[in-house]
Design a protein around this ligand. Structure first.
Ligand SMILES: NC(=O)c1ccc[n+]([C@@H]2O[C@H](COP(=O)([O-])OP(=O)(O)OC[C@H]3O[C@@H](n4cnc5c(N)ncnc54)[C@H](OP(=O)(O)O)[C@@H]3O)[C@@H](O)[C@H]2O)c1
Length: 253
């Protein structure tokens, strides 16, 4: 019996990078996975193809989380999917992974940059959790993908880092609020991971400087992060809540 058999999961931002790896891994572990994406349908379809290749299954949902309306749309579309599969509709695992980075110093950040980062990286996950709480199963899991940036000080992340810290703090607050329902809420802090969001991590010219700050001496790939999320989603991870788990190979220690 697979550890997540009969579970339904939603992974936001699963068309690429870390979200794709999480979606594929949760499906390998037996979950039916909602593969959310913004615009890259072909990429999201590739994620679903990988899931099916591994013997799993899932479904696609598009929504732009830069818009408050996108959160409502995503929640409604998910509810529609859940209704076709379960009565009453229930979601077991919510992974808030979708995110953006925008490397600028404080002098360069515009108010529009600030609002966009806040919306996608904090307001959207916040209100997605709020809207989905009625259908999150008792004993369910909420896993927020935050960042090592919440602990380290990168001068080009004056909005990203504090916003990620807010997402981690929200996880702790909700862990207490949702404890009586047996729902665990945790934050995962990836370190530098080779994806589109972090081009320096895959650039031979620039990645050496990052690698030198990592105790385990290499740059992560998305597959280094996904098992941590899968563990938190599993029955075995059920006694962990309100925690921040750093998955960075010991970056910046
Ligand atoms: N890579 C790193 O070094 C690193 C380190 C620490 C934390 N993280 C965090 O890990 C998470 C995943 O990052 P990643 O590196 O995998 O990024 P990525 O490869 O750039 O993928 C980002 C994902 O988020 C989705 N997304 C972006 N803007 C969106 C919007 N407005 N509405 C809905 N979805 C949107 C994208 O969808 P489309 O493909 O449709 O655009 C894509 O699926 C993020 O929260 C990031 O902050 C990453």
């Amino acid at each position: 019996m697979k550890p997540l058999a009969d579970r339904i999961a939603l992974v936001t931002g699963a068309s690429r990078g870390i979200g794709r790896a999480i979606a594929v891994r949760l499906a390998q572990d037996g979950a039916l996975v909602g593969v959310h994406y913004r615009a890259e349908r072909d990429k999201a379809k590739e994620t679903l193809d990988l899931i099916r290749l591994g013997g799993g299954d899932g479904f696609l949902i598009a929504a732009d989380l830069a818009e408050p309306a996108g959160v409502s749309y995503l929640a409604a579309a998910l509810l529609g999917e859940l209704r076709t599969r379960r009565d009453p509709p229930k979601l077991d695992i919510l992974v808030n992974n979708a995110g953006i980075d925008d490397r600028k110093s404080i002098e360069q950040v515009t108010e529009a940059d600030f609002d966009r980062m806040l919306q996608i990286n904090f307001k959207s996950p916040f209100f997605l959790i709020q809207k989905l709480l009625p259908v999150v199963a008792d004993g369910g899991r909420i896993i927020n993908i935050s960042s090592i940036a919440a602990r380290l000080s990168f001068p080009t992340m004056p909005v990203y880092a504090p916003v990620k810290a807010a997402l981690s703090t929200l996880s702790r607050v909700l862990a207490v609020h949702l404890g009586p329902r047996g729902i665990t809420v945790n934050a995962v802090h990836p370190g530098a991971t080779s994806t589109d969001l972090n081009p320096a991590a895959s650039d031979p010219q620039r990645s050496g400087a990052i690698r030198d700050t990592v105790a385990l001496g290499r740059i992560a790939g998305p597959d280094d992060i996904a098992p941590v999320v899968a563990f938190l989603a599993s029955r075995e991870g059920g006694w962990i809540t309100g925690e921040t788990i750093e998955a960075s190979g010991g970056q910046g220690l």
